[in-house]
Ligand binder design. Structure first.
Ligand SMILES: NC(=O)c1ccc[n+]([C@@H]2O[C@H](COP(=O)([O-])OP(=O)(O)OC[C@H]3O[C@@H](n4cnc5c(N)ncnc54)[C@H](OP(=O)(O)O)[C@@H]3O)[C@@H](O)[C@H]2O)c1
Length: 345
């Protein structure tokens, strides 16, 4: 496993991290999580040198006794294995209004009121059963929040109390520059963003700023929620609401041919689509870590094996540039959003 520095945090993170949206709790993607396999996957990840685990307060959280959320399962793993010192834990505070993304014009008092930020840090610490969160991220953001001072004072207070080491923002999908004014405050060390073969807009919109200002970039959804695994067919059905819509029958008709065309690029540089997708991301030095969603030992092994320092050639990168497919899931979901200022082109 190779390591990169996570921007201003100075933390040395494994360049292949572990995304945990589907790790525990409710059905997600193709199937319900299997806690025992998720636990084995966490162990294997650390055994293979992985140290960067990305989670969120909301992942897998259901109000049912004996069903762990992702944070709780990670906490169980850390405490049972005694691996606290071996892992860097990043989690997220959901917006109080539980709306994704944060629309332009929404007030921060609806999304991240000061006392709520403190409450949620305490709640995540309890679920993770740890004393300090390495990286706490806001799970949605609007750059206009920069005008308010409450959150700034609150996060400084929490950091001083030793509950959080560093702060980041997990920015809205497809809006790579909706954070730049906030980054100028110097209070935020990392940005988590959607970045993959289809969505390459961040290269122009965020990478130059991040490089110049030492902001760590965490690439989420590297496999397009499963699209870039090459496993989807026109008949694939999902059993959770998000993927059922993201990969509706109409959407699959667009995804599958594009992915089939990408498969024809596989050669000595990448033998499988997930490998191509992860190598594409790791070919950019601006990226500190890529966090494929992993809850199975086999996927942990395949994904971590990509960390061998081999970047894609300029020829393939040029070819992949042509395969960009900028979409906007939220606008597709609700055409009224077209006028909401959501599209960043
Ligand atoms: N707003 C936000 O902050 C936000 C939003 C989305 C994601 N995230 C973070 O980013 C992480 C990654 O995104 P994601 O999980 O949504 O999507 P993703 O990583 O693009 O795709 C995950 C899917 O790929 C499959 N997969 C992973 N490795 C594979 C391999 N080697 N071969 C074949 N299939 C493979 C997984 O399979 P199985 O289902 O079979 O395990 C899962 O279905 C999340 O887990 C989460 O930590 C954050």
């Amino acid at each position: 496993m190779r390591y990169r520095i996570l921007g201003k945090t100075g933390l040395k993170v494994s360049e292949v991290g572990m995304g945990t949206w589907g790790l525990a709790g409710k059905p997600w993607g193709w199937e319900a999580p299997d806690e025992a396999e998720s636990m084995r996957a966490l162990h294997r990840f650390v055994e293979l040198g992985g140290n960067f685990i990305d989670t969120a307060w909301v992942y897998g959280r259901v109000d049912e006794p004996n069903v762990h959320s992702a944070e709780e399962l990670i906490g169980k793993f850390i405490n049972e294995s005694g691996n606290r010192d071996k892992v860097i834990i990043a989690t997220k505070i959901p917006g109080k209004n539980r709306k994704w993304p944060a629309w332009k014009g929404v007030s921060i008092s609806e999304v991240f009121p000061d006392d709520y930020i403190e409450e949620m840090v305490d709640s995540s610490l309890k679920s993770l059963n740890i004393e300090t969160i390495d990286l706490m991220q806001f799970h949605v953001w609007q750059d206009d929040f920069v005008k308010e001072d409450g959150w700034k004072k609150t996060i400084q207070k929490i950091t001083k109390a030793g509950k959080v080491r560093f702060w980041g923002i997990s920015i809205n999908d497809y809006q790579p520059s909706n954070c730049l004014k906030t980054l100028n405050t110097g209070l935020i060390s990392s940005i988590q963003l959607v970045f993959n073969i289809f969505h390459q807009l961040p290269i122009a919109r965020l990478f130059p700023y991040a490089k110049a200002n030492n902001i760590g970039l965490i690439a989420r959804v590297p496999l397009d929620e499963g699209g870039l695994t090459g496993k989807l067919t026109l008949e694939t059905q999902f059993n959770d609401p998000l993927h059922s819509v993201y990969f509706s029958q109409e959407r699959l008709k667009e995804v599958v041919p594009r992915v089939d065309a990408l498969k024809r690029l596989l050669d000595g540089e990448a033998r499988t689509l997930p490998e191509l997708a992860l190598r594409f991301i790791l070919s950019f030095d601006e990226i500190s870590a890529v966090i494929p969603g992993t809850r199975k030992v086999a996927n942990v092994e395949a994904n971590t094996s990509v960390s061998d320092g081999r970047k894609l050639s300029d020829k393939i990168l040029e070819e992949l540039k042509k395969r960009t497919w900028e979409r906007n899931f939220y606008v597709d979901l609700d055409p009224a959003m077209k006028d909401s200022g959501y599209i960043e082109s």
